[in-house]
Ligand binder design. Structure first.
Ligand code: ADP
Ligand code: 5SP
Length: 469
């Protein structure tokens, strides 16, 4: 029996799974937290990986790292980190996103060249921010890579000159084209002012090197592509993942280039494509309201379930940390319809309905790009919430399936490691178990309509607010 390890270095924590490579059976697991904030010294991820992987990594014949996308890891000539990495949810580069879009061809041209319309999340805008705001650090920078690239380089104990990335994470930079499979150097130079050394884009099932203890290292991938691989998505499958980010995505045979910017045209981890909608606000919306109400997860869920659909007229626009889809980097949350009759249960319900309504917008945006969900798979930390499970089918207007609780990003990374080890043309087919089907009945849809309509009205009314530009 050979064992492989999959790592998910996500926003809030590192998770490691040790998996049997033939069957996908999870043998052991570990976890360690990351510091809070929208910038992070990469060394903190490395420490978390070592802590979470203790007693696991050294038992694996192959390992792969999936990571939070887009983060800017800038390195100097000695491969030292120049500054803490700016993460995907750091919105300080919003002015640079706007400027680069306006000065270099507009949204349609960026979408055609890179699959993306620039927003503050993407690496190119962070490089532009660095060049404009930290000239000393920018002058020292000779190479740039993404969180999973840097961790993969550390696992192999090699230099930046030998570093690798994969198609999926390269597709989140704003200077790589999913359509051609090449870096778009002009876009990098427009963002940073000069060229930088970039990691080589490895094939999906390549062995890119070895750890010092001899395990094969696969290229790794972006966390959402990792989840898609872990779940083994088929046609018509759309995932709603509720972690720090809310992501809505499916696998496609053709690249997306959405000039509206709602759908990011990413690549996946198998050689195909991963059209994806990402919100900055998901699980932490519930965390915030749970803390305000002074309750733990189970009590919060009970409150939200006890309230009627529509939360007694309370509506939450959940853009607490600014928003990326729609592109409102400076927005804040808006609670509307507050009266003296409002209850704690209404407040909990409004938080769940608002957070899920933002994901329903993502389902509509994907459908507009031709990816109509035949079934929705709910994963991520907040998919454990009973309230989310009960309310999601009504808000989404479709049946929702919940796969057995598991770390699907780390499982996808493990599957990639097993694939690289096997030398096969296709990834292994692992059975992830039966999904639980949550039904959105017609009756539920009728009673949920007011919540969905209230949300759409609030979203549209606030779009002209100066504070939401
Ligand atoms: N039972 C639950 N109900 C609601 N949210 C939960 C529950 N369990 C965990 N979470 C939330 O899930 C989030 C972590 O999810 P995860 O997918 O690991 O995030 P990330 O990938 O962004 O690090 C945290 O915000 C946590 O509070
Ligand atoms: O920016 C995106 C996708 O474009 C995010 O999905 C990040 O990849 C972070 O993921 P989580 O840590 O929230 O899972």
């Amino acid at each position: 029996m050979s064992l492989v390890a999959g790592v998910d270095s996500s926003t809030q924590s590192t998770k490691v799974l040790l998996v049997e490579s033939e069957t996908g059976e999870i043998v052991d697991s570990g976890r360690a937290s990351h510091p809070d904030g929208t910038e992070c010294p990469p060394e903190a991820w490395w420490e978390a990986l070592q802590e979470a992987g203790k007693g696991l990594l050294d038992r694996a014949e192959a390992v792969a790292v999936a990571g939070q996308q887009h983060g800017m890891v800038a390195l100097d000539a000695d491969d030292r980190v120049v500054r803490p990495a700016l993460l995907w949810n750091d919105t300080r580069s919003a002015p640079q996103a706007e400027r680069l879009t306006a000065e270099h061809g507009g949204p349609g041209a960026w979408a055609a060249d890179t699959g993306l319309v620039l927003a503050a999340s993407f690496t190119a805008t962070k490089l532009a921010w660095l060049a404009e705001n930290e000239q000393g650090n920018a002058a020292k920078t000779v190479s740039v890579m993404l969180p999973h690239d840097w961790l993969t380089m550390k696992l192999r104990d090699v230099t930046a000159a030998e570093a690798t990335t994969d198609r999926s994470d390269a597709s989140g930079t704003g200077y790589w084209s999913p359509a051609t499979g090449d870096y778009v150097t002009d876009r990098l130079v427009q963002a940073f002012g000069r060229e930088l050394a970039l990691p080589r884009v490895a094939a999906p099932n390549e062995i890119v090197g070895r750890t010092p203890w001899g395990a094969a290292v696969a290229p790794g991938t972006g966390d959402n592509a990792g989840a898609a691989l872990g779940l083994g998505l088929g046609p018509g499958d759309v995932v709603v993942s509720l972690g720090t980010s809310g992501t809505v995505f499916g696998v496609s045979d053709v690249p997306a280039a959405d000039a509206s910017g709602l759908v990011a045209g990413f690549a996946d981890a198998t050689g195909r494509y991963l059209p994806l909608v990402c919100t900055l606000n998901a699980a932490r919306v519930l965390d915030t309201f749970r803390t305000l109400l002074g309750v733990e997860h189970a009590e919060f869920d009970a409150l939200a379930i006890a309230a009627e659909p529509g939360a007694g007229g309370l509506t939450l626009l959940p853009y607490l940390d600014g928003e990326r889809t729609p592109n409102r980097p400076n927005a804040t949350g808006v609670l509307s319809g507050l009266t003296t009759g409002a209850t704690r249960a209404d407040l909990a319900r409004a938080a769940v309905e608002g957070m899920l309504s933002a994901q329903a917008d993502g389902l509509a945006a994907l459908a507009a790009q031709g990816l109509q969900a035949k079934r929705v798979l709910l994963i991520g930390g907040a998919a454990a919430s009973e309230a989310v499970r009960r309310i999601a089918p009504g808000v989404f207007g479709v049946d929702v399936e919940v796969p057995p609780t598991a770390e699907y990003v780390a499982l996808g990374a493990a599957k990639q490691a097993a694939w690289a080890l096997s030398g096969s043309q296709n990834p292994p087919q692992w059975n992830t178990g039966d999904t639980a089907r949550l039904t959105g009945t017609a009756a539920a849809n009728t009673s949920f309509r007011s919540a969905v309509e209230q949300y759409a009205t609030l979203r549209d009314e606030t779009s002209s607010w100066a504070s939401h530009q």
